[in-house]
Design a protein around this ligand. Structure first.
Ligand SMILES: NC(=O)c1ccc[n+]([C@@H]2O[C@H](COP(=O)([O-])OP(=O)(O)OC[C@H]3O[C@@H](n4cnc5c(N)ncnc54)[C@H](O)[C@@H]3O)[C@@H](O)[C@H]2O)c1
Length: 246
């Protein structure tokens, strides 16, 4: 029996990076997957490769969320799993960060998941339950010295959005958990990792001595999405080789 057989999943930011790997793994485990992303060109290709559907979605737009969720329920009849994975990072310390960039990061990293949860909850309740997974970061658990304050602020907000949704909606059989990866080798960090000093910093903070892979993180998402994690609710799960244990 596949681990997500019969489940319907919407994953944001799934055109590439971590989201695409999660979409691929979920589809392989029997889920009907909707790849949602602001990037249509890459999203269509990713979705086609795994037999999923592509949904155009800018997570910062409430209207776009309503349309995307209506499309999922219109096509698949239900929504079981929402993965709020889309996120951005504008790498400037607080003194150099333009307020417009702060707002842009808050919009994608916090308003996005807020809107997704707000509009997914009624559909999940109607289906008798559901699973929400929010992609936070080690920066949502600690004041990470190598990361800008705005990113940690957004990811910290997501950590407690997760826990508060978890406690309020458990009565509806809706579980909500967050994942906290250390540095993963994706497009998001490519420029930063080209600098040998930055790369060494990132490797040095991980007791297991390597970067996370997209597979490390996607398998954590698969576990949380599956019924094997039926009693996990409000959990902030580090996938960080021990970085936040140090
Ligand atoms: N890569 C890392 O080191 C790392 C570590 C910890 C947490 N994360 C988090 O994991 C998540 C995925 O990161 P990634 O490394 O795969 O990033 P990525 O840049 O490779 O992919 C992000 C995806 O999100 C999409 N996206 C951006 N803005 C969007 C919007 N407004 N609406 C919809 N989609 C949008 C992009 O088009 C892209 O497909 C993010 O939330 C990120 O903060 C990443």
């Amino acid at each position: 029996m596949k681990r997500l057989a019969g489940k319907v999943a919407l994953i944001t930011g799934a055109a590439g990076g971590l989201g695409a790997e999660i979409a691929t793994l979920f589809a392989g485990e029997g889920a009907r997957v909707f790849v949602a992303d602001v990037s249509r060109e890459q999203g269509v290709v990713t979705a086609a490769a795994i037999g999923a559907a592509f949904l155009p979605l800018d997570v910062t737009s409430e209207e776009a969320w309503k349309n995307a969720l209506a499309a999922v329920v219109g096509i698949a009849g239900r929504l079981d799993i929402l993965v709020n994975n889309a996120g951005i990072n504008i790498r400037k310390n607080i003194e150099e960060m333009p307020v417009e960039s702060f707002d842009a990061m808050m919009a994608v990293n916090v308003r996005g998941p807020f809107l997704g949860i707000k509009h997914a909850l009624p559909f999940m309740r109607a289906a008798g339950g559901g699973v929400i997974i929010n992609m936070s970061s080690v920066c949502g658990l600690i004041g990470h010295r190598y990361t800008n304050e705005t990113y940690t602020t957004t990811k910290g907000a997501l950590t407690l959005l997760t826990k508060s949704v978890a406690v309020r909606y458990a009565k509806d059989n809706i579980r909500c958990n967050s994942i906290h990866p250390s540095t993963v080798d994706t497009a998001l960090v490519q420029t930063m990792l080209k600098d040998p000093e930055r790369r060494a910093e990132r490797l040095g903070e991980v007791p297991l001595g390597r970067l996370a892979t997209i597979a490390d993180v996607a398998h954590a998402a698969l576990y949380l999405a599956s019924d094997e994690a039926a009693f996990l609710n409000g959990v902030a799960l580090p996938v960080d080789g021990g970085a936040t244990a140090d």
